[in-house]
Design a protein around this ligand. Structure first.
Ligand SMILES: Cc1cc2nc3c(=O)[nH]c(=O)nc-3n(C[C@H](O)[C@H](O)[C@H](O)COP(=O)(O)OP(=O)(O)OC[C@H]3O[C@@H](n4cnc5c(N)ncnc54)[C@H](O)[C@@H]3O)c2cc1C
Length: 1010
């Protein structure tokens, strides 16, 4: 794609890529030097900043919101209760649920402790409101007296009061419900001298119609602002609002569409002579946004327009070269790029995501002071860059004072602040000293403001934030204005000790599995090439080996022989000891990581996994090996048990003999190796039978296990279908069976194990399927629900045991949620799993395809939504089907088919009981902001894994042990602390230590102190 590339832009882009994965101290060492103030500068900056603190404090003592936020901080449970009430309340349509939400949030907090504490009368009256509100929503006698007092106005009164309070909070941070209202408000005296950049509120678009709606809103805003060009206002644009799939994997379709849309908006803005800035979003989107901005900047039609702007996040390691890039683009395209330097709004979620993805390094700094240092170094660059018009967005007095020091006499830049924040900081600068300050002014209705409101409340409430520190009476001015350069230099630029690298997430005892950054376009392209590769020689060899063992009709003969070999290997393997066996698993984990590309290739080609699923598969297998190695070392050592003096009781956990492990095709590496690793590390030898659909990846894994030091006869691969499974489990010499698959087959195995009267009773660990339901109430955030439903129901083509099969929506929100769900389904791509764009691949085989398609056809009259899928191949179109009642779904449909039913407000318990009655008990989901509802579901749901306010798939080894109950399996949970003991024989030796003469130990006790 042409991006207006010059040598300088190319150099800057290369630097941007390089810094991303650099360790934090290395990035900071360059920044520290440029952010440092000499002693004269520092004294002047501190002096100026002290003056600003005084102005800020006096401005804010008059603002009741600041006082309110000070009283209810996020480190108090009351502050958190108000935050979560604010996040959800305004979107709840039905009074019954709204009351439950209020009771939930007001009911548990100690509002009384806050009465009369604030300097503000308004805050104190609000606190009394909360005290009364709490009393009203509780079940006490006092509540009923109060309710009588307020008579019939009782609960609606509380609801109305809370609603009004939330709307007021919204108004503090939102400039107007419409662009006209917002422009009007900017004319009010309190905004005199300031300009605005209007932002059309709303979260990222989830559907194409949503994105169109946002595009029109931006267009309308440009027209409205364009009509008053003399006011100097501008527009801010979020690219994620303009495309529902603004993702690296969807680069080809989203970037070209976004370029078109930004071009259209930019042209409109240029015609009016107004400016617009592209907001900075999640770090994975940075490079895409640069491609878009670079292309638009190079458009001949926009030549000479200086209004194109972009935000740059100082918390990112790549901030500085991004500024160099903007300057180079400005030079190459003959304009000044309006660069807005921010610190960044997504710090907490970005850190979490890097941990989940197992990345090598964080893309952001991990100390607040490091972000400040970066901000200062970037600011210095911007002031010196000839092709940048600098805009400094901050509410931090020290940051502002430093920039003023460096800017000297220049006025050729502007400050920016958010509406509702930083009042008092800029008034003197604007009205008396002629500096330009712009207010970022969100525009939107109440429903759209919630997510934004929460971000602002978080920003105001976080301990590390300047606005929070300013309001904290315990902090001295010296602490607030401490030099960030000194702070970072003092710790040598090291990472925050409380934020370990993703690989160290599980502590020193166990390394986390390594991820691949699939949001790195170059890396994604490399992986895509790898997984599409024609099978290599090594794989060819494993294929030959498989075919040899398949060339037989004598399954029981082969099974007998394999079991005999495994039995004879058992004594030596058991005797090798825990440490030796655990070390083999650790080596196997390392080998799996070394061979990750090859394994992912087989997972894609043989098991038809998409690229992210194939990566997840390898990572899970690695985690299983390391986790069970650690569990064995820590938990399987002999334990001396307490008892009367004169005897020794020793409990030992030992192998049982030879286990048969039977794995499914849907996790042909992770579940396959998980079972095998657990059986092996506990001292058993293993005959491992993969599913007939996925022998290659199993053979590859077994090959690696042997290379890792596991003897060939301690782990033997048995290829074959049901006959082989039947023959192996029928062998009376085996010591246990670990099985994952259908409930029917699990029952058949259970019967086989009991058939022979002579045979010992042996353990069966079975993990089977489920009719997994997700319950959604009207407090849930629809955008999050829809995203989690799509992920849970359709990712992996619905071929996960944990996948969502039954969505149960509260009636009041069903239509709206289903409309958004249909729109989100329209954005899915069904196709070749090796293609990075693919969301949903084919189902595993023709038999599965025919079964699913036939069922889907019979339900045609009930389709809520289905989408296109390629005709050639085994592609089952993702489909949502309406049910009249929860009970109508009687069995598990193992594919991308989602059933939808509804429930009535007030009937949560009944709904859970009805779901329980299916007899399955694997996973359940709940989306609700009412903590008591989560407690109810936790108590009543008979499932192994409950997921609250998140997707229902992707259990992480050691964090989310996985497995069900009832028709869904026997337990114990894979990847959990109780799994290994089930593979062991527990043996206790009790020795009378006095038998050889008397209790010498007892008699030798000293009488201390006598
Ligand atoms: C006009 C304007 C436009 C904005 N546009 C955007 C935008 O497009 N994209 C965007 O992401 N944000 C945007 N923001 C939000 C902005 O990121 C925050 O308001 C800003 O970070 C607050 O910085 P501060 O200097 O006011 O406060 P400070 O309190 O000095 O800094 C707080 C910031 O430090 C960072 N931080 C906190 N803890 C840590 C830690 N442990 N390690 C590293 N860093 C940490 C966080 O980024 C936090 O926001 C915008 C803000 C303004 C004023």
């Amino acid at each position: 794609m042409a991006t207006g590339v010059s040598d300088a832009t190319a150099t800057a882009r290369a630097e941007i890529s390089r810094l991303f994965r650099m360790p934090e101290p290395d990035v900071l060492s360059g920044l520290l030097k440029d952010a440092r103030l000499d002693s004269g500068e520092r004294a002047r900056v501190e002096n100026r900043a002290l003056g600003m603190l005084a102005e800020l404090r006096s401005a804010q003592s008059s603002g009741w919101v600041n006082q309110f936020l000070q009283e209810y901080r996020l480190n108090t449970s009351e502050g958190v209760a108000l935050l979560s009430l604010a996040e959800a309340f305004l979107r709840v349509p039905d009074p019954e649920t709204a009351d439950l939400l209020i009771a939930d949030k007001l009911g548990n907090a100690d509002w009384r402790a806050h009465t009369g504490k604030s300097h503000s009368k308004l805050v104190n009256s609000a606190t009394w409101g909360l005290v009364i509100g709490r009393a009203l929503v509780s079940d006490t006698q006092q509540a009923s007296v109060l309710k009588k007092l307020i008579s019939r106005a009782g609960e609606p009164f509380v609801r109305q009061a809370v609603g009004a309070a939330m709307r007021m909070m919204g108004e503090i941070f939102v400039m107007g419900r419409t662009i006209e209202e917002a422009i009007g408000r900017m004319r009010k005296p309190e905004n005199k001298g300031f300009t605005a950049s209007f932002d059309m509120l709303g979260e990222a678009a989830r559907t194409f119609p949503d994105a169109e709606r946002y595009f029109r809103a931006y267009e309308d805003a440009i027209h409205a602002v364009g009509k008053v060009p003399e006011a100097g206002h501008s527009i801010s644009v979020k690219l994620s609002a303009l495309h529902p799939r603004y993702e690296v994997a969807q680069y080809d379709r989203c970037v070209s569409s976004l370029i078109e849309q930004v071009e259209a908006l930019a042209t409109l803005a240029a015609n009016y002579g107004i400016a617009f800035t592209i907001d900075a979003e999640e770090t994975e989107r940075l490079e895409m946004s640069l491609d878009i901005i670079g292309t638009v900047a190079a458009l001949p039609a926009l030549k000479g327009w200086d209004g194109l702007g972009m935000a740059i996040q100082a918390y990112g390691k790549r901030a500085r070269p991004t500024i160099a890039w903007a300057d180079a683009v400005g030079r190459a395209t003959g304009r000044r790029i309006a660069a807005r330097l921010v610190k960044g709004a997504y710090w907490d979620s970005e850190i979490k995501r890097a941990q989940e993805q197992g990345l090598h390094e964080y893309p952001l700094f991990t100390r607040k002071a490091a972000t400040d240092v970066s901000y200062l170094a970037c600011a210095k660059d911007m002031l010196a860059a000839p092709n940048i018009y600098p805009a400094f967005a901050t509410h931090n007095a020290l940051t502002v004072a430093t920039i003023l020091e460096w800017a000297g006499e220049s006025r050729d830049f502007e400050f920016q602040r958010l509406h509702g924040m930083g009042e008092g900081l800029y008034e003197t600068l604007v009205r008396e000293q002629g500096y330009h300050t712009r207010i970022y002014a969100p525009v939107g209705g109440h429903r759209d403001l919630l997510a934004y409101l929460v971000r602002r409340l978080l920003e105001n409430g976080a301990n590390s934030s300047f606005v929070h520190q300013l309001a904290d009476e315990h902090m001295t001015d010296a602490e607030i204005l401490a030099d960030p350069v000194e702070k970072i230099a003092a710790v040598g630029g090291t990472r925050h000790p409380g934020i370990p690298l993703p690989k160290d997430l599980f502590g020193p005892a166990r390394k986390n599995s390594e991820g691949i950054d699939l949001n790195d376009k170059t890396e994604l392209a490399r992986v895509a090439r790898q997984v599409s590769f024609v099978p290599s020689e090594v794989e060819g060899r494993s294929r030959n080996r498989i075919s040899t063992s398949l060339d037989t009709n004598d399954e029981s003969g082969v099974a007998r022989e394999i079991v005999s070999r495994a039995l004879s290997a058992y004594p030596a393997w058991e005797a090798a000891g825990i440490d030796h066996r655990a070390a083999c698993l650790d080596r196997l984990a390392d080998l799996l990581e070394q061979e990750r590309d090859a394994l992912m290739r087989i997972a894609v080609q043989e098991a038809k996994k998409t690229i992210p699923d194939a990566l997840g598969e390898v990572r899970e297998a690695v985690d299983f090996c390391r986790y069970y190695a650690q569990q064995a070392r820590d938990g399987l050592q002999p334990v001396e048990l307490p008892g009367p003096t004169g005897e020794r009781n020793l409990l030992r956990m030992e192998g049982r003999g030879t286990w048969v492990c039977i794995a499914p095709w849907n996790f042909p590496l992770a579940i396959f190796l998980g079972q095998v690793a657990a059986a092996l590390v506990t001292g058993n030898t293993v005959v491992a039978k993969p599913a007939p659909q996925t022998p290659e990846i199993a053979a590859y894994a077994v090959g690696l296990a042997h290379s890792a030091g596991i003897p060939e006869d301690a782990l033997i691969l048995a290829i074959g279908g049901p006959e082989m499974g039947a023959a192996l489990t029928a062998d009376p010499r085996i010591a246990g069976v670990a099985f994952t698959g259908s409930t029917a087959t699990a029952k058949r195995i259970a019967r086989t194990l009991l058939e022979d009267e002579e045979r010992p009773i042996i353990p069966l660990i079975a993990e089977t399927g489920g009719i997994n339901a997700m319950i959604v109430d009207s407090t849930a955030l629809p955008e999050q629900v829809v995203q989690d439903v799509v992920t849970s129901a359709f990712r992996s083509a619905g071929q996960r045991c944990s996948a969502l099969r039954l969505l149960v929506l509260q009636e009041e929100i069903a239509d709206r949620t289903l409309e958004m769900l249909s729109g989100a389904m329209d954005t899915l791509i069904v196709g070749d799993p090796a293609d990075p764009r693919t969301d949903v691949g084919p189902v595993i085989d023709r038999q599965a395809y025919d079964r699913l398609m036939t069922y889907r056809e019979t339900q045609q009259g009930r389709w809520i939504k289905t989408i296109d899928a390629p005709r050639a191949g085994l592609f089952v179109p993702p489909t949502a089907i309406r049910l009249d009642a929860i009970e109508d779904l009687k069995r598990e449909w193992f594919g991308p088919i989602l059933h939808v039913a509804t429930w009535k407000a007030g009937q949560l318990e009944d709904t859970i009981r009805r779901i329980n009655r299916s007899g399955f008990g694997l996973t359940m989901g709940l989306h609700s902001r009412i903590a008591r509802s989560a407690d109810d579901v936790e108590q009543l749901a008979r499932v192994g894994n409950l997921y609250v306010n998140r997707s229902m798939i992707g259990a992480i080894v050691g964090s989310q042990p996985f497995g069900g109950e009832g028709l869904s399996g026997t337990g114990p949970k894979a990847g959990g602390p109780h799994y290994l003991p089930r593979f062991c024989a527990e043996r206790v030796t009790s020795t009378d230590t006095t038998s050889s003469g008397g209790n010498a130990t007892l008699l030798s006790l000293n009488d201390v102190g006598i």
